[in-house]
Ligand binder design. Structure first.
Ligand code: NAD
Length: 387
């Protein structure tokens, strides 16, 4: 072996020695190189990212919100708020979070400068209280959809944000989802011609045995039924694609088995229509009785239509264009998973600049007013409610 000018011998237990001889490519010394051209954008250093407290460590919080921070560049988790300290500490150890609060000492977050933004991921009936308390503690707040149980609560939340000079955003992640952003871009570019009609269906089969569904079937905690939980995707996403247009009238009809014991407090299904100032009708359904899962939007234009099925899921949305004299084309728009980090960073940037988020509290209030009008219509057997 002494005839080699430079070599390394690595002997793994039970394996033949590996000899890297000078002159072979493998004998080159490892050394630093410049940042690769085209390297992916890197996160800001931790000290420059906005610090977030996550309030409510349930299924959406743990499965979607927390993983979203792994891809975020402007946002980092600095605190967990939970009524279950063991769960919070266990998750904290796994995610590098070391500050913990519960619902009693919640307001003391005001003294923690490591918390810039608070993310409310609690059942709907608790959104208003914990959003307002966080705003009064001087924090910017991202609140999950639907914004609250009533439009009166939403108004109080918007007023609290203004009074405290803080931003309030609503967790309408679809605005940050690549397929939906691409659909919006193509609609705006005129690729389907003038919009004529939008159809949307959202639903799943609710189970009283599954805790995250249990509170959704409880009026106080859920606020409303399927319309609040999933119908809101149809309303909000359609309005996203109809930017600049305004709803002028709504009507709705309940659509679910009235003897189903799951729906003693909230509606199991509702079919609705929203007429825009332009005359375009948006027609949708939302249900807790659909199996397995419906999440679809269809945009009918004068020349072509966009089909999104699924349209508003976490990981696997699809976008296709049909018509315009061409066969149906599937459009790849990116990875739906990106929406979680994009939403976090979008809010961090808005909070840092103290300017309104893409999906602000006022948008959540608008949607609550629309849903309340739809319930009024359904209660009246489908009467048209002028807005
Ligand atoms: P979940 O039941 O899994 O989690 C709720 C959390 O709130 C749990 O950690 C629970 O311990 C806590 N909590 C505190 N007080 C409670 C009480 N009195 N009753 C019940 N739970 C209480 O629910 P989830 O599915 O994670 O939904 C949480 C929020 O996130 C809701 O506002 C929901 O609409 C929203 N969400 C949004 C999306 C989305 O795609 N944007 C998806 C799912 C849920």
């Amino acid at each position: 072996m002494s005839d080699l000018t430079r070599r390394h011998v690595l002997a793994a237990a039970g394996a033949a020695p590996l000899v890297f001889a000078a002159g072979s490519a493998l004998a080159q010394t490892a050394e630093g190189q410049p940042m690769p051209a085209g390297a992916a954008p890197q996160p800001a250093p931790p000290g420059e990212r906005m610090g977030w407290a996550i309030v409510g460590l349930g299924s959406y919080g743990i499965n979607q919100v927390i993983p979203g921070f792994a891809d975020a560049r402007q946002s980092k988790m600095t605190a967990f708020v939970s009524g279950n300290p063991a769960k919070a500490r266990d998750l904290g150890a796994r995610h590098g979070v070391s500050r913990f609060y519960d619902y009693a000492n919640y307001d003391t977050m005001k003294d923690n400068e490591a918390i810039d933004c608070v993310y409310i991921v609690l059942p709907v009936g608790l959104h208003a209280e914990y959003t307002i308390r966080a705003l009064e503690a001087g924090k910017h707040v991202m609140c999950e959809k639907p914004m609250a149980s009533t439009s009166a609560e939403c108004e109080a939340m918007v007023a609290a944000a203004r009074a405290n000079g803080r931003q309030l955003g609503i967790g309408y992640r679809v605005h940050f989802e690549p397929h939906n952003r691409e659909a919006l871009r193509r609609i705006k570019a005129g690729e389907i011609g003038a919009m004529r009609y939008i159809q949307c269906d959202h639903g799943f089969n609710a189970s009283l045995d599954y805790p995250p569904h249990k509170w959704r079937l409880d009026k106080v905690l859920g606020g409303g039924g399927s319309m609040y939980d999933v119908g809101i995707y149809g309303i909000n996403t359609s309005l996203m694609m109809l930017e600049g247009d305004t709803p002028k009238a709504v009507s709705a009809i309940y659509a679910y088995p009235r003897d189903d014991p799951r729906f003693a407090e909230v509606e199991g299904g509702i079919d609705w229509r929203m007429t825009m100032a332009s005359g375009i009708n948006v027609q949708g359904s939302s249900s807790y009785c659909y199996g397995p899962y419906a999440s679809r939007q269809r945009y009918f234009g004068a020349e072509a239509s966009i089909i999104m099925d699924p349209a508003t899921t976490y990981y696997d949305n699809a976008l296709a264009i049909e018509g315009g004299g061409q066969p149906r084309r599937e459009i790849g728009a990116g990875n739906s998973r990106e929406q979680f980090a994009a939403q976090l960073d979008g809010f961090s940037e808005a909070a840092r600049a103290n300017r309104p988020h893409l999906t602000p509290g006022e948008m959540g209030l608008r949607d609550l007013r629309l849903m309340e009008a739809m319930y009024r219509s359904a209660d009246a057997g489908g009467a048209v409610i002028e807005l």
